[in-house]
Structures are given as C-alpha cells and as structure tokens.
Design a protein around this ligand. Structure first.
Ligand code: GAL
Length: 375
C-alpha cells in the first residue's frame, strides 16, 4: 500500500515523463506542444520578439472539413525552437455571417510582423471567401497590441487596383491581350505579356500564397502569387504595415511560383518557392536578387537529395525561412508536408539551409539541432 505522498510523487513523475522535452528537430515526425498535442500551425510564419520565438499557423480541424478555417490562426511560443507552448488562437474566425472572415472561409499562410513605430503586431494572410473555392484570391490584414493576439480583423482585398507596377509600362499594358482560353497556342506568352494583369487591373490583382519580409531598414514587403498563380507580385507595405503602398513589381511573369519564403544573407535576397500542384509536393525553386525590387534570377532547385526528394522538396512545400538569432548564417528552411485527407495531422519539415559555393542548398537530415550551425 502506497502512502498518499508516494502516490502524489508517482503522479508527478509520470506527468514529467510524459511531457515532451525536445532537444532536436526530427522533420516529418509528430511534434507535441506543452499539452502533448501535435502542433497545429500549418503554413506557418515566425516572429522573434523580446527574446521569444512565436509560431503562427493555420489551425486545421480533423477529417473531411478539409481546409476550411473553422477556428482561426493558432499561436505558439518558444525560447529554444524545440519546445513550443500553446498560446491559443491569435485570430479567431468570426461567427458573424456578414463578415468576410466568417467561419469556414479559408485562411492560409498567416504571417506576423512587428511595427516598431506603432508598436503593433500586424498579421497578413491569404483569404478565400466561404463557399467560393479559391476564386476570391484576397489578402487579409489584422492588427493587435499583443503578440499572441487577439488580432482585430481590418479587411481583405484584391491588390493594387488601377496601379501600374514599377516594372511594367503603360505601353506594355496597352499591348497586352486579355485572353481566358488556355487552348490558345500563345497563351503562356500572353500571360507573360500581361493578359491576366490587364484583366484584373481595375478590380485589383489576385493574391494567393503569400509571405511578408521585413528588411533591415524596417521596410516591409508583401510577396504574393498573383495572375492565376503565374506571376509573383512584390509590394512595399505602408509605414504602419497595415496596407500596401503603391510601389510594387511583377516577378517571374508566367513563372508559376507559389509558397514564397524570403531571407537575406550578405546583402542578397533569396527566395524559396514551389511550383503549382495544390497540396501535392513538387520540385523546390530558389531565386536571388540584389534588392527586393531588383532583378530576380532563378537559381534552380535547391534540394540536393535523391531524385524523389528533389522532385518533391523532401515531400513538402516551403512556408518560411527563419534566421536563428545569435548564430551567424544560420537559417532554417520551414515547410509543410500537407495531409489533405486529414490536415490536422500534417507534418512540419525543418531543415538547415546549407551553403555550397555561397549558394543556399537543402539536404535531408533525419534529426538535427542548432549546433549544426556551429560547424
Ligand atoms: C497550395 C498552396 C496552399 C494551398 C493549396 C490548396 O499550392 O501552397 O497554401 O492553397 O495549394 O490547394
């Protein structure tokens, strides 16, 4: 017979043993939070603030509800990047059926940045309206005084109506031919020449997979898949980060990029992205530019693995690149291994960005920790 004290000790020890205490990354494995629940923050974005890392992502529900946002954007915090504490729902879907942000619309790839001047946290995300599939193609913006929320919904919209990009002239615009028919033999060239751009000029350009990037000078950029996902648009945000400025460029017209994730090293801007195959993985892509509004150059597939790994980006799709604070040239490539038949079980693929002759590359590592960057 055990004494009540012994019993208490037993329960306490069992609890401690059950609690996850990670000291490494194991890409693709279940990843439990402080409540022993698989982290639910897909298509994630990260923010380092006051010595703490925050992870924001799509809260998925199990089963057939698919990708509908029934709950909102989930936030987690961590001091070491291995162990994550559940901070609850940072942005809640709204019960108000008159709101664009109503429950069962689609909220993807949320990204949060901090505005030093206004001291506000600003979250942007890809937003699709309830029961409209991926037709709406909006970007949404919300704001909060507190990093983990609650975030207050501002609006969702198409971008840059009636505004020309910095690298596309009025003459090009006039020459562009609006064409919807993909059977047209010159269809691809016409997309490059601005077919979809012209079609959407007055109503605003489409915005689907997106990310944000804050440069060293605190200027923030919104990077998004537009023109039916054929062309990326990079836009400067307003000073308060709550809207887009009128300055933007078209990048890789007709290049079919999704899932952009940007990082900066030695004055160069690198972008990981993917092709267009929905939830199915495809070969990763890498591009570089001397400035955000510069000429982006395609560098090819950054994956260095087996053919299967290279053709599927290690069976994942990019979402973010996190610079590790306090370590030089330490960047983590973060991606989602989507499981559309049960999204809530989707896995996270974190890999160290390696450099070969100065060019970022990705290799599979079963298990690794931050000391990887000390070599
Ligand atoms: C992917 C995209 C995801 C999601 C999905 C829907 O290509 O990166 O964020 O939108 O398509 O099929």
């Amino acid at each position: 017979m055990k004494s009540p004290l012994q019993l208490l000790l037993f329960v306490f020890c069992a609890h401690l043993m059950a609690q996850s205490d990670y000291n490494k990354f194991t890409p693709g494995e279940l990843w439990l939070d402080n409540n022993e629940v698989h982290i639910n923050a897909h298509g994630g974005g990260f923010l380092f603030h006051d010595e703490i890392y925050y992870w924001f992502g799509e809260h998925k529900v199990g089963g057939e509800s698919g990708n509908k946002a029934m709950v909102g954007v989930h936030a987690y915090s961590s001091k070491d990047l291995y162990n994550w504490k559940d901070e609850g729902i940072a942005l809640k879907m709204l019960a108000d059926t008159l709101s664009l942000l109503q429950i069962a619309s689609v909220v993807e790839r949320p990204k949060v940045i901090y505005n030093k001047k206004t001291q506000k946290f600003v979250m942007w995300f890809h937003h699709e309206l309830k029961d409209q599939g991926y037709k709406a193609a909006l970007t949404g913006v919300t704001v909060s005084d507190h990093v983990t929320g609650p975030y207050v919904y501002i609006n969702s919209f198409r971008i840059h109506p009636n505004v020309f990009p910095l690298n596309f002239s009025e003459e090009q615009f006039l020459n562009a031919e609006i064409i919807e028919n993909r059977e047209d033999e010159n269809w691809k060239q016409k997309v490059i020449d601005g077919s979809y751009f012209k079609r959407d000029f007055e109503t605003g350009q489409m915005s689907r997979d997106m990310t944000l990037f804050v440069d060293d000078d605190e200027i923030a950029y919104h990077i998004t898949a537009s023109e039916e996902n054929h062309t990326l648009l990079i836009s400067k945000l307003s000073d308060d980060y709550l809207s887009l400025s009128n300055e933007y460029i078209r990048v890789f017209p007709g290049g079919r990029n999704e899932a952009p994730a940007i990082f900066k090293k030695d004055g160069k801007y690198y972008m990981f992205s993917s092709g267009l195959t929905g939830w199915k993985p495809n070969p990763g892509k890498l591009s570089v530019s001397d400035s955000m509004f510069g000429n982006w150059t395609f560098l090819g597939n950054p994956c260095k693995g087996t053919d299967e790994e290279n053709n599927t980006t290690f069976w994942s799709q990019s979402t973010y690149v996190l610079p590790v604070v306090g370590k030089k040239d330490a960047f983590i490539f973060m991606a989602d291994r989507w499981l559309p038949e049960n999204h809530i079980d989707g896995r996270y693929i974190w890999l160290p960005v390696e450099f070969e002759n100065g060019i970022p590359i990705l290799k599979w590592v079963d298990s690794w920790d931050l000391s990887f960057f000390d070599n």
